[in-house]
Design a protein. Structure first.
Length: 202
């Protein structure tokens, strides 16, 4: 659960945040402090999301370089003029960031029927609300809501492949189950190939 703060507090959430989503929120607070802000903006959140391991790996799978995106966002995010910056435990959220977080909860609960809010939900909410210079940079890199959904599907497929291949290594698996698992791997591999960006013909 994201702790409530004073200015631009996050509302009481209906779903808990995953461990990785909580870490993203904490990194976003650090990004705000580095730039003399007492509240997290959508751009601070995007900077934090581009440091999440799963987000980075998944965007790379669809041909987007998260490190280049982060550098580009970092170059345009302004530095605040506050003479006093709050300690991290007192850093809050702007009202727009509060709305963004609320939308991520709605998406997780209604559209994906998840048990918690993940960094994917936070990034999806950023794209849907289209707030800040960071989103414009993401869009220029080729990322939109549809491609993010594809990236999320690809991540789940690759996880399924890894888990299925691990089961195949078990010598106790009977032949019928083994054949079924091979079919699953074939289907997942085909889906993953379709989701990856097509390389231009030279």
């Amino acid at each position: 659960m994201v702790e409530q703060k004073r200015t631009g507090e996050t509302p009481e959430q209906e779903l808990p945040f995953s461990e990785s989503a909580i870490q993203v929120i904490e990194i976003a607070k650090e990004e705000a402090i580095k730039r003399n802000f007492n509240n997290v903006t959508p751009d601070h959140l995007l900077l934090a999301l581009m440091q999440d391991k799963v987000i980075k790996n998944t965007l790379s799978e669809i041909g987007i370089n998260p490190d280049e995106v982060r550098t580009a966002i970092d170059n345009v995010v302004q530095t605040g003029k506050n003479t006093y910056v709050s300690p991290i435990e007192k850093v809050g959220f702007t009202l727009l960031t509060q709305e963004l977080i609320s939308l991520s909860v709605t998406q997780a609960k209604i559209f994906h029927r998840q048990e918690d809010v993940t960094p994917f939900n936070l990034l999806s909410a950023c794209l849907v609300m289209n707030l800040g210079l960071g989103v414009s940079i993401l869009q220029q890199s080729g990322l939109n809501k549809e491609r993010l959904d594809q990236a999320r599907d690809l991540y789940m497929i690759l996880n399924q492949l890894h888990e299925t291949k691990s089961v195949l290594l078990n010598p106790m698996v009977d032949p019928k189950t083994r054949r079924s698992l091979v079919e699953i791997i074939g289907g997942a591999t085909s889906l993953a190939k379709n989701l990856r960006p097509q390389q231009p013909h030279l």
